[in-house]
Design a binder for this molecule. Structure first.
Ligand SMILES: [Fe+2]
Ligand SMILES: [Fe+2]
Length: 224
């Protein structure tokens, strides 16, 4: 079924709300490089203008979305959603990032003479890993349990988490810049291919996780 968006104020809604309420909108935003996770509180009109895009054009793309792939995550209880985030994202980051660091070290060493080598990726990933681990621990040990035990507002800790997310978004942007948006050079070896596939997945996963937290989970516990 095609969604006909007749609401004339869609461009006045925030991209975070649109990504949450309109199935498939997240993919459209990724295509246009609209940051709906770390900067989800920006209106569609503003986000389009900031990127030099025609907001009507983006709205048209959103209006052609289909509703068949509703993920259902927004309907989960907070307890189930936090458990989903931990198993689908936190556990997987902890497993995959160390492997990516090893792979990046290898590619950087073997291809150090290649002008396209993403020099500095391993160091950047190590910094990202440290920041992300500190952030996930706060969610795993303090914030998420608090969300399971009560429905009181948690404005102060959530505000800190949102700041952490913005910082993590900067790391992801630096990774994309280093790798020419995860674009492989001609004749890249298998390790290089595996590295960019893994980095691209990390980028997608972390942005999806931040989107779920910022735009679906956190608003349930905020007063503003
Ligand atoms: Fe998280
Ligand atoms: Fe988070």
């Amino acid at each position: 079924m095609t969604v006909q968006i007749t609401n004339p104020s869609l461009q006045d809604q925030t991209v975070g709300v649109i990504a949450t309420s309109l199935p498939g909108a997240a993919a459209i935003f990724r295509k246009f490089k609209i940051d709906f996770c770390c900067h989800g509180d920006v209106t569609l009109d503003r986000a389009a203008k900031d990127l030099g895009l025609d907001a009507d054009f983006v709205e048209q793309a959103l209006s052609e979305l289909k509703t068949d792939d509703l993920p259902g995550l927004t309907k989960l209880s907070s307890g189930d959603l936090t458990e989903y985030i931990q198993s689908r994202f936190h556990d997987i980051h902890r497993r995959e990032i160390p492997e990516l660091i090893l792979l990046a070290r290898k590619v950087e060493a073997v291809h150090r003479e290649n002008p396209k080598v993403p020099a500095g990726t391993a160091v950047l990933l190590k910094e990202l890993e440290r920041e992300l681990e500190g952030h996930m621990k706060k969610e795993d040990l303090i914030l998420f349990p608090a969300m399971r035990w009560s429905d009181t507002t948690l404005d102060a800790p959530i505000s800190q988490m949102r700041k952490d997310h913005a910082d993590l978004g900067v790391y992801l942007q630096r990774l994309a810049d280093l790798t020419d948006n995860f674009t492989l050079p001609e004749g890249a070896c298998r390790s290089w291919q595996a590295l960019y596939i893994g980095l691209s997945k990390l980028n997608e996963d972390l942005r999806e996780e931040i989107h779920l937290e910022n735009n679906v989970l956190f608003p349930r516990f905020e007063t503003v």
